[in-house]
Design a protein around this ligand. Structure first.
Ligand code: NAP
Length: 308
């Protein structure tokens, strides 16, 4: 099979940390261009924008959109209109209504749209889903607390409208919880803490439930220093199941069932190629809908200004 000719749009932290090495290791994909206002890559043709790439670039089959979320919906629409397959970094966009119709656009044009949720590729996620499918679940507690200065150094966009603030990592937790729980759930209350100088929250407390009244609580905080917490604790009729380290580790009671470092992105690209081969798309907007609900329902409090 001829390799898929791919361009990366948005050559920032995640593109360099994860996308480039994953693509380099995959014979089924060749990186043929990058589009970014400033960043360049030795030996790879560079374009200042997606529009310039589509107008003047080499032939491409697909784009990986690794830009900040606010512009991603319009870029996905433009790439699909130009007949390209599209891989979206998470979150797929900054507003639900920009992304939802694109699945139909992709279907009608025979192209693939893949809204990736990298956290769902963590090794403990599918085993946790299988475990929980057989149990009575009594409560869920999500603790997702990380240091924004470590993970998003100098990224001003994250504090602007549409930047998501703490929901940038928090949506990773929501992408796991929406995958492992057997029933859909919905928000009942939320408190969002906005730094006095920012348009996006730095912390959030969220309460959800489902049709059976399951209590689900989530605490997101971007101000964590020292040990980072990416934990989901589920109480069941057969003991406590804990996914920790962002889904790398699975513990049942005191028994460690799994403790495995696995990089998600090679599996994400394998899935992208598989979807293209099958002529399918994969767009699950549930985590994004929960974040939109939090902005609708959440009580807002103002906290100390954030200085980088
Ligand atoms: P980033 O480092 O700020 O990278 C974004 C890149 O996109 C920058 O190089 C930026 O250039 C460029 N860009 C801005 N406008 C553009 C445009 N119109 N066309 C093309 N490129 C444009 O951000 P990031 O951390 O990589 O995050 C990007 C996405 O990946 C986010 O949605 C994030 O949630 C997700 N993600 C990030 C991580 C992580 O650890 N950081 C992990 C997983 C997923 P300028 O800087 O010059 O504006």
């Amino acid at each position: 099979m001829t390799p898929l000719r791919l361009a990366i749009v948005g050559l920032g932290k995640i593109a360099r940390d994860q996308h480039l090495p994953s693509i380099a290791a995959m014979p089924a994909i060749t990186l043929v261009a990058v589009a970014d206002p400033n960043a360049t890559l030795d030996g790879v043709p560079h374009f200042a924008s997606l529009e310039e790439l589509l107008r003047n670039g080499p032939p491409i089959d697909a784009v990986a959109l690794c830009t900040p979320p606010l512009m991603r919906g319009a870029q996905a629409a433009a790439a699909l209109a130009a007949g390209k397959h599209v891989l979206l970094e998470k979150p797929p966009g900054a507003v639900v209504s920009a992304i939802a119709p694109l699945t139909e656009v992709a279907r009608a044009s025979g192209k693939t749209l893949f809204a990736t949720w990298h956290a769902r590729f963590a090794p403990a996620v599918e085993p946790a889903r299988a475990f929980l499918a057989q149990r009575e679940i009594r409560s869920v507690h999500v603790i997702w607390k990380e240091d924004v200065r470590v993970w998003h150094p100098g990224q001003a966009w994250i504090w602007r409208p549409g930047g998501f603030g703490v929901f940038d990592p928090g949506i990773n937790a929501l992408s796991i919880v929406t995958r492992i729980l057997p029933r859909p759930f919905f928000l009942t209350a939320a408190e969002l803490a906005f730094p006095s100088n920012c348009a996006a929250p730095i912390a959030a407390d969220l309460d959800f439930t489902d049709a059976a009244g399951l209590p689900i609580r989530a605490e997101f905080d971007f101000r964590q220093t020292g040990t980072q917490s990416w934990d989901i604790v589920v109480e069941t009729d057969q003991g406590r199941l804990t996914l920790s380290a962002g889904g790398a580790k699975l513990i049942h009671g005191d028994n460690v069932l799994m403790d495995e470092k696995k990089v998600a992105y090679p599996a994400i690209y394998r899935r992208f190629v598989e979807l293209i081969t099958r002529g399918e798309s994969d767009v699950d907007l549930a985590p994004l809908v929960h974040v939109a609900d939090a902005f609708m329902l959440g009580r807002r409090v103002v906290v100390d200004a954030f200085e980088e």
